[in-house]
Design a protein around this ligand. Structure first.
Ligand SMILES: [Zn+2]
Ligand SMILES: [Zn+2]
Length: 375
């Protein structure tokens, strides 16, 4: 048997605590550790279940007597509830916890689902921030019946099988089992004359137009939450949230790497060799002048500070990284031809150091075998 903590210790009460004290202590713990308030926290869920089990035993005088006399061993075969999840606890203690978590019924109306949608924006919009309108088809409370699912003029009636509790108890003594009522599906109410507009569901599909405020600096997969804009809850329960997950459209000129923007700028051989100013495009459509270094090579990078993407939550703006591409002219005018020929003659005597060392390395690599073959 797993080492279980003492039930009184779990609830933090004295051994002769009365029913009211137990209930108060349990409500406090349930409030603190309820899975709805600790989503994804396994430890909190375990504590929630532990407290629920302790309360289940101590509030039942027969089980409490057995436990007081024999400890945990005394309860073997006594039909401890199996709290597999929060719902099963709510089934059992909904009457005590219900008002803590909305709705007083054992299994209250379900709250609305969260919705998720993808929203595509331009890189410029991501840089500046933008307001977007989105159309969201979602379930909303039916206006005809006010969301209760009954045809106007009629009302849902309390389920006769479960007496409105939503659960039925089968068996006796220790061996009671609670089950969701099959007649009302756990709702506690039945609708004799369903609303025609929503077919008794209490909700209808509506397409809503919503405005999404997108802050500057967003990137792919950033998700923007619109609280309460998801699906309506069942019969007036809390609605879900809407999450807009952002996709940034590919830009024809700029590529984004984190906060930096990269672009390729073609320059002429003379601009690169002489180190001339060039015009660099920026994301907002303006051009900035940037002077190249003397003897710039194709593929060299020039960094322009502060012309990249703004940071989403403050911080430094990225840079614009210019990738220089030296373009060899494809068609030469007569004059250009002459000048290049002149250049060619000079290149023969004024070889740049890279060329020299390149040819030297080649000679070293092939010599002496290849030179021997050739001669
Ligand atoms: Zn309706
Ligand atoms: Zn029922």
């Amino acid at each position: 048997m797993v080492n279980k903590r003492d039930y009184y210790e779990v609830l933090g009460v004295v051994r002769d605590a009365d029913e009211d004290t137990l209930k108060k202590a349990y409500r406090k713990l349930a409030m603190q550790y309820h899975p709805d308030r600790n989503v994804g926290d396994a430890e909190a869920e375990a504590k929630f279940r532990e407290a629920s089990e302790a309360y289940d035993v101590l509030r039942d005088s027969q089980k409490r007597q057995l436990y007081d006399r024999y400890g945990h061993a005394g309860l073997e075969g006594a039909g401890l509830p199996n709290f597999g999840n929060a719902d099963s606890v709510m089934d059992m203690f909904g009457d005590i916890l219900g008002d803590l978590f909305g709705g007083g019924r054992r299994r209250g109306p379900r709250s609305g689902r969260d919705l998720q949608m993808t929203l595509e924006i331009d890189l410029l919009e991501a840089a500046r921030g933008v307001q977007k309108e989105v159309k969201v088809p979602r379930m909303e409370p039916c206006a005809t019946c006010g969301g209760n699912g009954a045809q106007p003029g009629t009302k849902p009636t309390s389920c006769r099988r479960c007496g409105g509790h939503g659960v039925v108890i089968q068996g006796q003594g220790f061996f009671r089992i609670q089950q969701t009522c099959s007649a009302c599906g756990g709702q506690g109410a039945v609708i004799a004359d369903p609303c025609r507009a929503c077919r008794g569901q209490g909700a209808v599909e509506v397409e809503r137009t919503l405005t999404v405020n997108i802050p500057r600096g967003v990137d792919n997969d950033v998700s923007i939450r619109l609280t309460g804009e998801g699906e309506a809850g069942e019969r007036g329960a809390t609605p879900g949230d809407l999450y807009c997950v952002l996709r940034i459209r590919r830009h024809p000129i700029f590529a984004r790497h984190g906060q930096d923007l990269h672009c390729e700028v073609p320059v002429t051989i003379s601009q690169a060799a002489l180190g001339r100013p060039i015009e660099v495009p920026t994301l907002d459509g303006e051009f900035v002048a940037q002077t190249l270094k003397h003897g710039t090579q194709s593929g060299d990078e020039v960094r322009i500070a502060g012309k990249g993407m703004p940071a989403l939550r403050g911080g430094r703006t990225g840079d614009l990284v210019v990738h220089v591409r030296v373009v060899t002219p494809r068609k030469l005018t007569k004059r250009q031809e002459e000048l290049f020929q002149e250049l060619e003659e000079i290149d023969g005597t004024e070889m740049p150091p890279e060329h020299k060392s390149f040819f030297e390395r080649i000679r070293e690599f092939f010599a002496p075998e290849s030179s021997a073959d050739k001669s």
